[in-house]
Design a protein around this ligand. Structure first.
Ligand SMILES: Nc1ncnc2c1ncn2[C@@H]1O[C@H](COP(=O)(O)OP(=O)(O)OP(=O)(O)O)[C@@H](O)[C@H]1O
Ligand SMILES: O=C(CO)[C@H](O)[C@H](O)COP(=O)(O)O
Length: 315
């Protein structure tokens, strides 16, 4: 059981090892958006961000003639990704391949040295047991499909050289592989995040997006009952997970008042009992606006990163 050996080695604390966070999800689900705020908060001197879409086996041109899309594990060097994740998890450097999303080409590999925290985001970071064994915290981004489609069209037509028709066609081509290989990773996440309208709330079409966070008991979440007790725009509910087990679900309304969002962020931060003040600058979106549901989600992830850092074995 090689994945168990990775667990054992990491638990034993052989050498200085980083805290590892995975953010998985389909294309344009919002992984980079979430990651960017975390890197900004902790600083590039403490945090390394890796995108595992760099392990694509074929470039865009070569992929045109393949019977599968970039989502298929056969279209990615999964074993090399697993080896590299193990090395990073043990605090070792890697020479990582690089896929240029602007041109669709594989370019010169880059040296990546893990700092205190490593965020690994991409299509398939939670695909295999061996990869999953490398992480302390796992997240799956699960926006409604129509929301993701709109984000993908907007992003791919402005930054990746696609026409709207090409994006729609590619999404159609990918649907089966998304269901077979991407979405099953949802069940392996400690936290499932959905930015979008909340079920049962009749938000106007241009309302800011809300967030629903499924907080599975696979890691210790900060106690949130007191945090949400006096809040109008945050609710904690007990739901049944897909396997029938009880699970906490945190709702953050998109129209949360800025003052209330600040109180909630400070309250989560205070549970860490660190001397530094609650970081600001969270929740930034690519269009220059700020989303409080995104900021609160990032803060919760910061809580887990800093807590895991405090608990990890020292030499
Ligand atoms: N919570 C959000 N609110 C508003 N817009 C968002 C949100 N998350 C992502 N977006 C938008 O969706 C687009 C795709 O987001 P992002 O690049 O973060 O996705 P990704 O999962 O990293 O994509 P890929 O894996 O394809 O590189 C971006 O243009 C971004 O602005
Ligand atoms: O799913 C994606 C993650 O961003 C990309 O579409 C995938 O990486 C392939 O890239 P390209 O758009 O160059 O074909």
């Amino acid at each position: 059981m090689p994945h168990r050996i990775v667990h054992m080695l990491r638990a034993r604390g052989a050498g200085r090892r980083p805290v590892m966070l995975a953010i998985a999800g389909d294309s344009a689900a919002g992984k980079t958006t979430l990651t960017r705020g975390l890197v900004e908060c902790l600083g590039e001197d403490r945090m390394t961000a890796v995108c595992v879409d760099d392990y694509h086996r074929y470039d865009r041109e070569e992929r045109r003639n393949k019977p599968f899309t970039a989502l298929h594990p056969d279209c990615n060097h999964i074993e090399v990704m697993e080896q590299h994740l193990q090395l990073l998890a043990m605090g070792e450097p890697i020479l990582k391949p690089v896929y240029d999303h602007g041109t669709g080409r594989l370019v010169r590999p880059e040296l990546v040295e893990p700092k205190d925290f490593v965020i690994v985001e991409g299509l398939l970071p939670l695909y295999s047991k061996m990869a999953r064994a490398c992480f302390d915290i796992t997240v799956y981004l699960d926006p409604p499909e129509e929301q993701r489609f709109a984000w993908k069209v907007q992003r791919d037509t402005t930054k990746r050289g696609y026409t709207p028709e090409q994006v729609a066609e590619e999404m159609r081509r990918r649907a089966g592989e998304s269901a077979a290989f991407i979405r099953p990773q949802r069940r392996n996440a400690d936290i499932v995040v959905r930015f979008g309208p909340l079920a049962g709330r009749a938000d106007p079409p241009d309302a800011p997006l809300s967030a629903e966070l499924l907080l599975r008991p696979t890691i210790d979440h900060p106690p949130l009952t007191d945090v949400v007790a006096d809040a109008d725009a945050l609710h904690l509910k007990l739901l049944r997970d897909t396997d029938g087990r009880p699970v906490d679900s945190l709702h953050v309304h998109g129209d949360v008042a800025p003052a209330e969002a600040e109180i909630v962020k400070k309250a989560i931060w205070e549970r860490l009992e660190v001397a530094a003040p609650c970081p600001d600058g969270l929740g930034a979106l690519a269009d220059g606006t700020v989303s409080d549901p995104v900021a609160i989600t990032q803060l919760l992830l910061l809580y887990h990163l800093i807590n895991a850092d405090r608990l990890r074995p020292r030499d």
